[in-house]
Design a protein. Structure first.
Ligand code: ATP
Ligand code: MG
Length: 367
């Protein structure tokens, strides 16, 4: 049998450890079910807990091993009580994002039957969109975290919004490929460029490159929206959107807004993809308020595992990983549909273990 894809597994802190275990157990079961080669894990110690023990935020050589694997899976990192001496949070994963240029941040937002719904309109039940957020430049490029803020005494602070052709072209190409893949699954796939091109030269540039790439993809329907109008539309008629592509900070804000329309933090999956590798993680943090209580909803991590398998199918050419990904998506959908998935997060009776077991039961054993 072919050797399986190599996963750098960083469980991290708090509930990250439990949901990462759950997600990888489900991913492995899905691989077994469809006859895909078993995933091979290279576990890397990192996070606030590791820092408290060792004074380092990731084990020596860990960053390199993460980049060498076919993909990185991360639970969650950081604990409010454990920080660097200067007060900043323990965040080795942000270095991974920079080091490996993980420019394409993907946040699917999907409504599941029997899961909480903020919007009363029945059309919200069909909500199924993806926010694609550039994740290495934009306004975050010069933020304090990168030490590039310009502070003029106590009088002024300047931070620069940076849009490069190289990254923006890659992002938009990624967006159009995503649209093609969605269409191949029989889904609607209109691609909307979200910007503020009427005010900022940088944003006009972002849109110009979008148009250049769009010319090569006449089969994909495109649209445009200013970010302020998009915020309004995400609340008024989100079911009309399929894929939204945008600059880093706009994506930071709108992905939380969109995530808030459906489910809770425990449903928000996330992928960050670059040229060499991809990092997959639930969008939530380590949630120290509920850690160790079997309360965390593992579905965000489990769905991130499905995103990882889809990525692995393309990267390794092992098509069975794509089927494993579909099996997980299907199991979650079916579980909600039949009301067999009732996470405590939404007032249900099922903790981390019970939700995981239900997804495993739905996936079944190889026939
Ligand atoms: P970060 O700074 O890493 O984003 P945070 O402190 O902003 O972390 P989270 O750790 O994401 O926030 O938690 C925010 C809230 O959502 C907490 O009250 C937490 O209990 C809840 N929460 C987060 N993830 C889950 C989950 N998987 N299941 C249930 N509740 C969750
Ligand atoms: Mg947060």
């Amino acid at each position: 049998m072919m050797s399986g894809a190599r996963i750098a597994l960083i469980k991290g802190d708090g509930i990250g450890i439990d949901v990462a275990d759950a997600a990888m157990q489900v991913a492995q079961a899905a691989c077994r079910q469809v006859g895909a080669p078993a995933l091979q894990f290279d576990e890397i110690s990192a996070g606030a807990g590791y820092f408290a023990e060792t004074g380092q935020d990731i084990e020596p050589g860990g960053e390199e091993r993460a980049g060498d694997a076919d993909a990185i899976f991360l639970g969650a990192i950081g604990l409010p009580a454990i920080r660097h001496a200067d007060g900043t949070e323990i965040s080795p994963h942000l270095r991974l994002r920079d080091r490996y240029g993980l420019y394409a941040g993907m946040r699917p937002v999907k409504a599941y039957p029997n899961a909480p719904q903020r919007l009363a309109d029945p059309r919200a039940a069909g909500l199924d969109l993806v926010i694609l957020r550039e994740s290495t430049e934009g306004l975050f490029y010069s933020a304090a975290a990168h030490g590039r803020s310009v502070v003029v005494g106590d009088e002024e602070v300047r931070e620069t919004l940076r849009i490069t052709r190289a990254t923006t072209e890659k992002l938009h190409k990624f967006a159009f490929r995503l649209a093609e893949k969605r269409r191949a699954r029989g889904k609607r796939a209109r691609l909307t460029c979200v910007d503020k091109a009427n005010v900022f030269t940088s944003m006009a540039f972002f849109r110009k490159i979008f148009d250049e790439v769009a010319k090569e993809h006449p089969e994909t329907e495109v649209g445009y929206n200013y970010v302020d109008a998009q915020a309004l539309d995400l609340v008024r008629r989100p079911w009309e959107f399929d894929i939204l592509v945008m600059e880093n900070m706009f994506g930071d804000i709108l992905s939380d807004l969109a995530g808030g329309l459906v489910g809770g933090m425990g449903m928000a999956a996330c992928a960050e993809i670059g040229d060499q590798t991809g990092l997959f993680q639930p969008a939530h943090g380590s949630a120290p308020d509920i850690m160790g209580q079997d309360k965390a909803n593992p579905l965000a991590a489990i769905l991130s595992g499905a995103l990882m398998l889809e990525y692995l199918a393309e990267k390794t050419g092992i098509v069975a990983y794509g089927r494993a990904s579909d099996v997980i998506d299907w199991a979650v959908e079916e579980g909600f549909d039949a009301n067999r998935l009732r996470p405590k997060e939404f007032g249900g009776d099922m903790g981390t273990r019970a939700v995981t077991d239900e997804v495993l039961a739905q996936i079944g054993s190889p026939s």
